[in-house]
Design a protein around this ligand. Structure first.
Ligand code: ADP
Ligand code: MG
Length: 394
């Protein structure tokens, strides 16, 4: 709880974006737009199985201070990179021309233009306290903030329903990262005090009340800081195993295996590894549905065991956890968390724990002590509440 470099989630990010803008361009920006990072409450690796996810937006956010220039061309400075880059119409005529972090910004312009929008030229300055590469989706926060800013500056007729898909296209096609629709949906569509129930087959979304505050509860996020290794290869292998499972069972996707037919389905699979992968996906989808039911009924504390069961399933059946996240989960539970799980694709990243607000400090300390005992890099922990998605700042 006391690490100086943990995300702050405070209001100084807009001020830093403004200060950066003034120092780069010598005048105040026309406006500022914010988009948050996200954490997935439950529903891991279900997205590409046409299943369910339940993310909520974090207090950590990316802010774009921007002004339209009236000329085609874009200049972007980011505090995180310490760099100012420029790109023109030619650079957004096809994917891949701008590299590095600027690709997320250029990709957003490309995706909008490719969808037929007349994107305004702009100067931008970006500040953020979403940790980069920790699995909290700084990339979607960046795309979503830029997209929201450009849509407003250009007066683009762009319904909110269509925005996540465009931001996702920027990442998939321009940056070249094959990620699902969850991150951009969360960063753009989340509401304060709610989690976003997303059906990855139909893309239907529903706001689910997730009122931690009045239940005296907090989600503690722990960045395990475990080195990410073999992530891309392991992700591909999990997708392939799920596809093989669906093929063997004769269903379009594992989402189509009903939970009460799981045992019969598993009996039809020969490979024990495929059986485990299928069991994770089918039970995980059910855990999302059960979590949604409990939250709809205001029974927030009772989702704890579902979170922990999700972790056990990722650890034993999907085999995507590492020692650091397992230790964080165990230490949090031993210190009184109602439930805890790794969140994100796996092999590192973050853990979330549902705790009584008054126990936040004690749980964070217990995790830090468990890490110190094992000689792991000290974790970063901070409490979060569900916050609103992308919006213009006053
Ligand atoms: P995650 O989305 O989990 O944080 P990614 O690898 O998907 O991790 O995205 C991180 C990348 O996004 C960074 O390496 C950088 O290129 C880009 N990025 C995100 N936020 C910023 C920012 N505020 N400034 C510059 N680049 C950023
Ligand atoms: Mg990302």
């Amino acid at each position: 709880m006391s690490q100086p470099d943990q995300p702050s989630g405070t209001a100084d990010i807009p001020a830093r974006a403004t200060a950066g803008y003034i120092s780069e361009y010598g005048e105040p920006p026309a406006g500022r737009w914010a988009a948050p990072g996200r954490v997935n409450l439950i529903g891991e690796h279900t997205d590409y199985n046409d299943g369910f996810v339940l993310p909520f937006a974090l207090p950590q956010q990316t802010v774009v201070a921007a002004t339209g220039t009236g000329e085609p061309g874009w200049t972007v400075w980011s505090e995180q990179s310490g760099e100012r880059i420029e790109f023109d119409l030619d650079d957004v005529s096809e994917p891949g021309r701008v590299k590095g972090w600027g690709a997320y910004v250029a990709g957003t312009v490309w995706a909008l233009r490719d969808a037929g929008f007349d994107v305004p030229g702009a100067r931008m300055a970006i500040a953020s306290d979403v940790p980069l590469g920790a699995g909290l989706s700084s990339s979607a926060a960046l795309e979503s903030a830029v997209l929201t800013a450009l849509a407003d500056l250009g007066g683009l007729d762009l319904p909110v329903d269509d925005r996540p898909g465009l931001a996702q296209r920027a990442e998939n096609r321009y940056v070249g990262i094959p990620s699902g629709i969850m991150d951009q949906s969360a960063s753009i569509r989340c509401q304060g005090g709610h989690a976003l129930f997303l059906d990855c087959r139909t893309l239907a979304v529903e706001q689910i009340p997730f009122d931690l505050d009045s239940a005296g509860l907090t989600i503690l996020v722990v960045d395990s800081r475990a080195p990410h290794q073999h992530v891309t290869g392991e992700y591909r292998a999990r997708r392939a195993a799920c596809e093989e499972g669906a093929r063997s069972l004769g269903v379009p996707a594992l989402r189509d295996v009903p939970i009460d037919e799981l045992d019969a389905a598993l009996a039809r699979l020969d490979d024990p590894m495929i059986q485990r992968r299928v069991r994770h996906i089918v039970t995980e989808n059910q855990r999302v549905l059960d979590t949604v039911e409990l939250l709809r009924a205001g029974r927030v504390r009772e989702i704890g065991p579902l979170l922990t069961a999700s972790h056990v399933s990722m650890r034993d059946d999907f085999e995507i956890t590492v020692a650091e996240v397992d230790v964080a989960v165990e230490a949090a539970l031993a210190a009184g968390a109602y439930g805890a799980r790794m969140t994100g694709g796996g092999f590192g990243g973050c853990v979330l724990a549902l705790v009584d607000t008054e126990r936040v400090e004690a749980v964070a300390t217990a995790v830090a002590d468990a890490y110190a005992e094992r000689g792991f890099t000290a974790p970063h922990s901070w409490p979060v509440l569900p916050t609103p998605g992308a919006h213009r700042l006053p």
